[in-house]
Design a protein around this ligand. Structure first.
Ligand SMILES: Nc1ncnc2c1ncn2[C@@H]1O[C@H](COP(=O)(O)OP(=O)(O)OP(=O)(O)O)[C@@H](O)[C@H]1O
Ligand SMILES: [Mg+2]
Length: 387
């Protein structure tokens, strides 16, 4: 159809009345098709001119941005959008030449989340206006939150399985020693205390062990009262390095820190982030008993910030790699095996992820990825509070 219209337009002066009518009908048909497509889209589209005035918008955009048809005529988009933050954003970027993708805005007091992108409308090499794409991501975000909750439930199941496994041994041993005592006192009126003392000592020891398991377990599973507040990750890392430096010096471990200068503020519970990083540093130190290098790096990667802890220690054998985050997994004679479980839990509380790469004999790198604050975390907090 477009080719036909193009051709007809080229020889417009030679067309008769009927052909012009046909051409207009064709144009109107094509126009209707585009309008239909635009209206049936679930994403919002707004086209503005170079003066940021609305020249075209679809129903989804009107609904999401709260635009009424009579409002938008000859007014700039920034004037008709009620949310101040969103209006300022549109004002700042609409006439620009740069594409701005997927900025998130919380509207209606955090009940609705929009992802907004702006693209320059370029024709014949010049910016002729702007195209605003709006997507309602409220559902998607809450689906992601549900998934995260399911994930932490799954890790709780592993934790429970770990505890069950841990308490089996002390319970078994207590059972055996109780039987031995029973045999020694069976049918006798008086018993020499020296006969039963060793068994009682073992039982007391096992009770202690059980108690330790339960206390550690409770610490690992109890809901953390994380309070996420704006914080400077680099400052947290620097404080921590200053705190552990004497210990590292003594162990012959040199610290190399490389902190990104352009880090945005993150939503952190500083106490817990310090604890997680400290656990990683302690593991790194334990892996470098003969000294080595500890690297701590922060860097921004799009919508995420990464903090990386690297050591030049023993490395983690491939066959235990799967297990290191499991509760009670340890290769150390006096380890509890809960260090990394707690790190994992803290990272999840911050909506982040943790990855590990290691080579035996060369060293290990743990990378924690944290999201740059978006309005969805606010939304989740709101919802948690509402329940
Ligand atoms: N940086 C590392 N280099 C080598 N092995 C590591 C490193 N970090 C963890 N591991 C391995 O993972 C295991 C589990 O670590 P995790 O921190 O959970 O427990 P742990 O250090 O053994 O005990 P603790 O509860 O005292 O921290 C360790 O025992 C060790 O085998
Ligand atoms: Mg540890």
């Amino acid at each position: 159809m477009r080719k036909f219209i193009q051709k007809a337009l080229e020889r417009l002066d030679r067309l008769d009345h009927e052909q012009v009518a046909h051409l207009i009908a064709g144009l109107s048909e094509e126009n209707e098709l585009f309008a239909g497509v635009l209206e049936s889209m679930t994403d919002g589209i707004v086209v503005t001119d170079t003066g940021r005035r609305v020249i075209l918008s679809n129903r989804a955009a009107a609904r999401m941005l709260g635009l009424a048809a009579e409002d938008v005529q000859d007014r700039t988009l920034c004037e008709v959008v009620a949310d101040r933050e969103l209006a300022d954003f549109l004002d700042a970027h609409l006439a620009g030449t740069e594409k701005v993708a997927d900025r998130e805005f919380a509207l209606d007091g955090g009940r609705r989340l929009l992802s907004v992108s702006i693209l320059p409308l370029v024709r014949e090499g010049r910016v002729q206006g702007g195209l605003v794409h709006v997507e309602d991501i409220t559902e998607r975000r809450s689906r992601e939150a549900r998934l995260r909750r399911a994930e932490s439930l799954a890790s709780l199941t592993t934790l429970a399985a770990g505890v069950a496994h841990e308490i089996k041994n002390p319970l078994g041993s207590m059972g055996i020693h109780l039987q031995l005592i029973r045999r020694k006192i069976g049918g006798k009126e008086c018993v020499d205390s020296r006969d039963v003392e060793p068994h009682l000592a073992v039982i007391a020891e096992e009770v202690d062990r059980l108690n330790r398991i339960v206390v550690d377990f409770l610490f690992a599973v109890k809901p953390m009262d994380t309070r996420l507040e704006d914080a400077d990750l680099n400052a947290v890392v620097s404080d921590l390095i200053a705190f552990v430096r004497p210990e590292l010096d003594q162990a012959g471990v040199a610290v190399e820190s490389d902190l990104a200068v352009d880090l945005p503020a993150l939503k952190l519970d500083v106490r817990f982030v310090k604890q997680a990083l400290l656990n990683l540093i302690k593991n790194a130190m334990a892996a470098m008993s003969g000294g080595g290098r500890l690297g701590i790096e922060t860097r921004r990667n799009g919508d995420e910030v990464q903090v990386r802890v690297t050591d030049t220690g023993t490395g983690i054998p491939a066959e235990i790699m799967e297990k290191i985050f499991e509760p009670y997994f340890t290769t150390k004679p006096f380890g509890t095996g809960l260090g990394l479980t707690i790190v994992f839990k803290i990272v999840k509380e911050h909506f982040g992820d943790i990855a590990v790469a290691s080579r035996e004999g060369e060293g290990t790198t743990f990378t924690i990825t944290l999201p740059v604050p978006q309005k969805d975390t606010m939304l989740l907090e709101d919802r948690r509070g509402a329940r």
